[in-house]
Design a binder for this molecule. Structure first.
Ligand code: BGC
Length: 544
């Protein structure tokens, strides 16, 4: 047994060292990777609207041609989709930390190509390569953070990643605003070139951080795992807490490896799809849960707001400064995300996702109902030939409900989806499971951004604000989904989550308490590190 000679514990509450400020900062650092995600999804809308850029790609046109526009926008998602999948493999081979650093390198190359471009070809190639880098970051930062963060604050720290996504989106809209009137290559080179800084900060900073102890255990490098654990828990080399946590990780890895032998590369991927769809702890169910949770997060309709709010607001004729309202939407997103730092480890993941979906669906149906009764769907053409809503106050009320909807998303499903996918997979399939789930986020992100214009374009679906009936309906599905399928993972170590999913169903999961440690079950004898089972206070107080 790899854990021979390691000081184990059979006290379920003593498997982790107390949290220090340094631990907190070290674990929070990687969340900076969220900036890539947010900024990259956000900045392109401004660039594709700049007249200098339009003239460069489609000389003599007032706007980019449809095919060029969608190629430039969606090529990023193609890159991120494949980047996330490849990174899932890499993270088990070269480690989580080096995969993220490699991702930063790929991203920087993509940024150089885009900045140097004078036309479509190099720009698209650069965006594809940068996308691969973003795919690496978005999947592996979540994996790395979930594996190094202390269980009691894991939710809050991973929510920091979502916070950085929102900051990236906000920064992108500010930079777009600042550069939109430039009539020179700076109109696209500044927004694109700024991304260098993100690559250097994340790649450079991670260089000084240890890799995930769980990765080292998976590779059988126990001494390196011990060192990494001492570092991320800010403990001395002979710390009993570190020994106990290490014993637990090793015992869980041995237990899981006995159930899921790794085998070949193909077998590694096949393992993600093994087991019965009717067993809540089968690998197949966990893969379906992770990928569908990210799909559901996109189904909430959030990117309708972040990608299409400007044309939508303009078309109401009610808003003079649409940029200001888009900025307010972005600010609501940024300011409300930190609420989850305080709630996700106290109230729990499950209630947040259930109540969050309920809040969002109510707001979305209200927007849609106001729209068809007195709001935006009742319009006239004014003297200047613009379509204007008949009842401007009703449109303003719709906009207020959209802002409340963003509040619910930011405080619940935004961070919640990322937190849960980092926690539900057992170590043998964790990197690929997180990668598949992240790829699903980008795939649905792309699908929704491609089909949305067809739903709202006046010459096509022309749904106006009735498009919110669709988002409201999909959010209702999110509500039912969260109630029946999301397990409560707060306060548990990743190894305990594994056990919880084996012994309980999502609806009863919040009442589950750990009673034994993996180390004691696997026969790694404790040397007096506390005894027996004490009540786990972190799991108290769940509503569902
Ligand atoms: C989603 C993105 C979205 C962002 C908005 C993320 O969690 O995955 O698609 O644009 O939140 O804050």
């Amino acid at each position: 047994m790899a854990g021979e000679g390691i000081l184990a514990t059979n006290d379920v509450n003593r498997i982790e060292a107390p949290i220090t400020f340094k631990t907190y900062l070290m674990c929070a650092f990687a969340s900076f990777g969220g900036m890539f995600f947010g900024y990259d999804s956000g900045y392109i809308n401004g660039v594709t609207g700049s007249s200098y850029f339009i003239n460069l790609i489609d000389p003599g046109q007032a706007t980019l041609s449809g095919p060029h526009n969608s190629l430039i926008v969606s090529i990023l998602s193609a890159g991120t989709f494949f980047g996330a999948l490849v990174a899932g493999d890499m993270a088990d081979t070269i480690g989580r930390k080096w995969t993220v650093i490699l991702g930063c390198g790929i991203y920087i190359i993509g940024v150089i190509l885009q900045t140097a471009s004078h036309g479509l070809g190099l720009l698209v190639a650069g965006r594809l390569i940068a996308g691969i880098g973003v795919g690496f970051e978005s999947a592996i930062v979540i994996l790395y953070m979930s594996e190094i963060c202390p269980r009691k604050v894991r939710g809050a720290l991973v929510a920091g990643y979502q916070f950085c996504i929102t900051l990236g989106l906000l920064l992108a809209s500010g930079v777009d605003y600042g550069t939109k009137s430039f009539n020179s290559p700076s109109s696209y080179r500044i927004p694109i070139g700024l991304q260098f800084i993100f690559g250097f900060i994340l790649g450079g900073g991670l260089f000084f951080l240890p890799d995930s102890p769980r990765y080292f255990v998976k590779r059988g490098r126990i001494e390196q795992a011990r060192k990494a654990l001492c570092s991320v828990r800010n403990q001395p080399a002979d710390s009993e807490y570190v020994e106990a946590e290490l014993a637990e990780i090793i015992a869980n890895e041995e237990y899981e490896r006995a159930l899921i032998p790794a085998g070949s590369w193909l077998n590694g991927w096949m393992n993600c799809f093994r087991g019965s769809v009717f067993k809540s702890n089968s690998n197949l169910r966990k893969t379906i849960l992770g990928t569908s949770l990210q799909m559901m997060q996109q189904w909430t309709g959030i990117n309708f707001i972040f990608y299409y709010s400007t044309p939508f607001l303009q078309s109401t004729g009610a808003i003079g400064n649409t940029f200001l309202i888009s900025l307010i939407f972005n600010l609501v997103n940024v300011v409300c995300t930190p609420i989850s730092f305080f709630t996700v480890d106290r109230i729990g993941r499950r209630p947040l996702l259930i109540w969050g979906a309920l809040g969002m669906l109510i707001c979305e149906f209200l927007v849609a109902i106001i729209g068809v009764t007195i709001g935006f769907n009742h319009t006239h053409v004014d003297a200047l030939g613009n379509t204007v809503a008949n009842n401007i106050s009703a449109v303003n009320a719709q906009i207020a409900f959209i802002a409340i909807y963003i509040f619910f998303f930011a405080a619940t499903w935004g961070p919640g989806a990322w937190i849960v996918i980092g926690e539900i997979f057992p170590l043998p399939i964790r990197s690929r499971g997180v990668a598949l789930s992240t790829a699903s986020n980008w795939l649905w992100n792309c699908i929704i951004s491609v089909i949305t214009p067809y739903m709202v374009n006046p010459t096509e679906g022309n749904l106006k604000s009735s498009v919110f009936f669709i988002w409201g309906g999909l959010c209702t599905a999110c509500f039912v989904y969260a109630y029946f399928l999301i397990p409560e993972t707060k306060g548990l170590s990743l190894e305990q989550v594994d056990k919880m999913m084996e012994e309980t169903s999502p609806r009863t999961s919040s009442k589950w308490r750990p009673t034994t440690t993996f180390a004691s079950e696997m026969g790694m004898k404790g040397k007096g590190l506390g005894a027996g089972v004490t009540e786990d206070v972190e799991r108290k107080g769940s509503i569902f």
